[in-house]
Design a protein around this ligand. Sequence first.
Ligand code: ADP
Ligand code: MG
Length: 240
Amino acid sequence: MIKISHLSKKFGNLEVLKDINLDIEEGEVVCIIGPSGSGKSTFLRCINQLENPTGGIVEYEGKNLLDKKCDIRKFREEVGMVFQRFNLFPLKTVAENVMMAPVLTKHMNKEEAHKKALELLDKVGLKDKADVYPNTLSGGQQQRVAIARALAMEPKALLFDEPTSALDPELVGDVLDVMKSLAKEGMTMIVVTHEMGFARDVADRVIFMADGYVVEEGKPERIFTAPKERRTQTFLSRIL
Ligand code: ADP
Ligand code: MG
């Protein structure tokens, strides 16, 4: 579904991504782990072109996204992104936040969009919060609204960049549960995370990145119990 070949990215002289190769199949959940500064966020941002890669190819369903003729807006409609900071619109209600993108970009009528927003809020456990403003919600609830907002576009895949890193520890579980249920429903997901329990339980594949490289990848069971590379061993021994 998404195929990354020889992806590289430089900021000036700083080489942040070095020859990254990764194929993501439809329905697959890939977790990316690794130390801070290793290029994980830049990698996700290069996938949906929030950053321009310096080299390499990013293909989505066989089309090269770096091709000038490619409609990147279409890709962003189909592949949603959830960030560490949820950036909900403070002057819109929760339901309005969820409805906004389909109304604006898909010209869905408001009644239909509102109905859909309520369904999605129900799905993330927040139906009763539809009419309140985001600042009355906890961080974990706001992040679940952000997930509902991404789902409103009916994406085929979702990219998550440390969706629980900004949350108080007691709020992390509810967000991970929503992500877990999406994974169960077959959503294709690339998740940058420090939640090793989540990666172990939910990922089909774990990618360990360090210094701009994919150092090691494999089934979670193997990566967490028998990492082959020294870098992976050191990283995991520090956090597990
Ligand atoms: P991670 O998400 O793994 O913590 P990042 O992708 O955020 O890593 O960053 C990788 C490296 O790229 C870091 O050294 C960071 O300082 C650098 N970097 C990220 N974004 C920029 C930018 N816009 N300009 C310059 N350097 C950047
Ligand atoms: Mg990051």
